[in-house]
Structures are given as structure tokens and as C-alpha cells.
Design a protein around this ligand. Structure first.
Ligand SMILES: [Fe+2]
Length: 380
């Protein structure tokens, strides 16, 4: 035993727990969730893996669950929050609260739902032939490192009944809470299909983009979905860590770079890819396909409960009446790069990809097209 271990010094109870569970860990800036390593996870009775994105920050992680055909997870309850996104397959989830109330709902690929805090839950694969693959974003690192007691986290019988939500929240219905463009919230526990949900205009982020913020199971976990119209891309911006961005529909790519870096890290999108920009790392998302491109972002700290002051400044604004820093120009002390201020290489990089994809750029009214991209047929 090392001196450090003997002295019980510098311990990370969360990482120790992951090791003890026997879960493989996959770590990267961006990766394909269909390819992460999984192993038998006795606790859940299915295969599981842990994903530690470089940009996950201190509070959040991801679990991948692979439910074999015809199988189900063992019933669980835990004192960490969990937002689940279905990658593949179909099935159902049953929830049970200690007052005897039961809820269940049926999910398929691109469903999103949350497990209300400490609610007993069980996932069933409905198919006898195909596996179901789900990924969850959780705040277990925060919870385990705070209490460092597994029995407390997984065997507490305290009920947060106020988080159960309305019955309709498990049937694909919800309440739209209008705040302001970019911050409209859809309160629910279950979204059957992220590809189909109606989004709202978000003028500040540029180029006709739309989005909706979620409040899921009245929790502190963040989720939002955002869409870029055909032929467009969003403005670059930065914020704190833990935002896990997953491609939902369409095709495109993201760039990530720190302020003083010369080069961009590029992650190409497809269904199943996740990327997580680091703390205050600039990033930008681009549609390069013939369809609108949608992505889901999950994180620790939402609009209702930002939880950290960095999230509050970023998502809501430093004080009443302020713009969220994430949609305020860096020239005004915010965290967004306006189109006219971005590195000219960025627009060229996107135009080159658009040309390769034979896709028509529609950014001419936001940013001038360089001469070499103006051809008689491709002129905007
Ligand atoms: Fe972002």
C-alpha cells in the first residue's frame, strides 16, 4: 500500500467505486457510444460501462447500459439523478414510489427520460431479438464524493415524492414554461422522440436556430435540445464543463478550442457520438447535411436549479435583466463569438465540408462568402 493510500489522502470515492463495480471506463474528448467497452454489471444484471468525457467536470458522468434481448435490469434506487437517452432498441421503464404509486412508459430510439431522485426503477427490453442500448448522464460523482458511503447512495428509503411529477409527465406530455427565447422550458419526465419534439426560436445563437430547455423530474440535471436549419451553423461560445452533446438527427461536426490554441479539435457527428467541451473551452456546432441537425445536451445544473454560480451567469445571467453570458458577445464581456468576430478559417472549413457534401450553404446573410467559394451555380 502506498504512503498516500495509508494516510487516506487524496481519495476519490467515486473513482474507487467505479473500479469496485468492475465497470470499464472509456475516456475521450468525443467518442462513439456504440463502441464503448461494457462488461457484466452485477448490480444492474445487464452489461454496463462508464464514460468519462474529458470535459465532464467534477460533478457528472455517463453510464452505458446494454440490455440483452428479452432481459431487464434489476430494480434499483439511488440518491443521484439520472437522465437517460435511448440509443437503440425499444422497451419500457417501470417506476415505483413508496406510497405505492407506479408509473411506466414505453421508449424507443431517441427517447429521453429522467429517473426521479431515489425512485425505484427497472428497465425492460421489449425485443426478444435485439439488444437495447441506453446512455445516462448522472451526478453520481458529486453525490459519491460528498457522502462516500455506497449504502447511503443505493439503499436509502427516503422518498422525494415531490419530484414524481404529474401522471401526464410519463405519457409524453408536459408543461411549456415560457421564459424568453433560448430559455423556454418544457417540464416533463419523458420525451418519447427527441427527433419529433417542437422547438422554439432562439435568435441570439444565430442563423435561425431553435431549441428547448428541459426540466426533468424537477432535478438539477440539465438537458436541452437544439436544432440548426439546413445550410447553417451556430455561433461559437463557451461555458463551464459537464455539457455532454449528442447528435440526435442530421449530420455535422463540432469544433472545440481553448482561447490561446492555434488549432481546433474536430468531432464529426453521427447518431451515438458524444462530445463534451472542457471548462471555458470554446466550441461551435455545424450542420453540413441535407436535413436540419439536432443535438441533445445533458449536464449538471439546469435552468430551474443552476446550482453553481458559473451555471447561473452562463445560462440565466449574472443579475435580473442581464443576458445569459452564453448568448452575450465576448466583446460585451460575454461568452459568445459573433459571426463577424470568428476566426476566418472556421467559415472556410465549413464551406469546404459543405462542398464535399454537395450541400448548399445558406449563411450569406450572416457572414460574407469568400470569393473562392462564390461560383455561378453555388452563389447564395
Ligand atoms: Fe455549448
Amino acid at each position: 500500500m502506498s504512503e498516500q493510500a495509508q494516510a487516506r489522502y487524496g481519495i476519490d470515492p467515486y473513482l474507487d467505486w467505479v473500479k469496485q463495480e468492475g465497470l470499464p471506463v472509456t475516456e475521450d474528448y468525443g467518442l462513439d457510444l456504440f463502441k464503448v467497452a461494457t462488461a457484466d454489471w452485477p448490480r444492474y444484471g445487464v452489461k454496463g460501462g462508464t464514460v468519462h468525457m474529458k470535459g465532464r467536470g467534477d460533478f457528472a458522468n455517463m453510464f452505458v447500459f446494454e440490455i440483452p434481448p428479452g432481459k431487464s435490469t434489476t430494480p434499483q434506487r439511488h440518491l443521484y439523478e439520472e437522465v437517460v437517452y435511448v440509443l437503440e432498441g425499444s422497451g419500457s421503464t417501470q417506476l415505483e414510489f413508496s406510497d405505492g404509486v407506479k408509473r411506466s412508459f414505453e421508449w424507443g430510439a431517441r427517447s429521453l427520460f429522467a429517473i426521479p431522485l431515489n425512485a425505484r426503477h427497472r428497465h425492460f427490453n421489449a425485443s426478444g431479438r435485439e439488444r437495447a442500448l441506453m446512455v445516462s448522464t448522472t451526478n453520481l460523482p458529486l453525490v459519491m464524493n460528498t457522502f462516500h458511503n455506497e449504502a447511503f447512495v443505493f439503499a436509502s428509503d427516503f422518498d422525494f415524492i415531490e419530484r414524481a411529477g404529474k401522471k401526464e409527465y410519463f405519457a409524453g406530455e408536459g408543461d411549456l414554461i415560457t421564459v424568453r427565447p433560448g430559455n423556454h422550458m418544457w417540464e416533463t419526465n419523458f420525451v418519447p422522440d427527441l427527433a419529433g419534439i417542437e422547438l422554439k426560436s432562439w435568435g441570439d445563437r444565430g442563423a435561425g436556430g431553435t431549441n428547448i430547455m428541459f426540466v426533468l423530474a424537477d432535478g438539477t440535471m440539465h438537458a436541452h435540445i437544439s436544432e440548426m436549419p439546413v445550410g447553417t451553423y451556430k455561433k461559437g461560445h463557451r461555458h463551464g464543463p459537464s455539457f455532454h452533446v449528442m447528435c440526435v438527427t442530421g449530420q455535422g461536426f463540432s469544433l472545440m478550442w481553448y482561447e490561446r490554441e492555434q488549432d481546433f479539435r474536430r468531432i464529426d457527428w453521427k447518431h451515438g457520438v458524444v462530445l463534451a467541451p472542457g471548462d471555458r473551452q470554446f466550441h461551435q456546432h455545424f450542420n453540413t447535411g441535407p436535413r436540419p441537425a439536432r443535438y441533445l445536451a445533458t449536464a449538471f445544473g439546469g435552468l430551474r436549479y443552476p446550482t453553481t454560480s458559473a451555471n447561473r451567469v452562463s445560462l440565466i445571467g449574472a443579475k435580473e435583466g442581464d443576458k445569459p453570458a452564453v448568448s452575450k458577445s465576448v466583446k460585451e464581456g460575454g461568452d459568445q463569438i459573433e459571426y463577424e468576430d470568428q476566426d476566418p478559417r472556421i467559415h472556410r472549413l465549413w464551406l469546404e465540408q459543405m462542398r464535399r457534401n454537395n450541400a448548399e450553404p445558406k449563411m450569406g446573410k450572416f457572414i460574407p462568402t469568400p470569393a473562392e467559394f462564390l461560383t455561378p451555380t453555388a452563389a447564395e
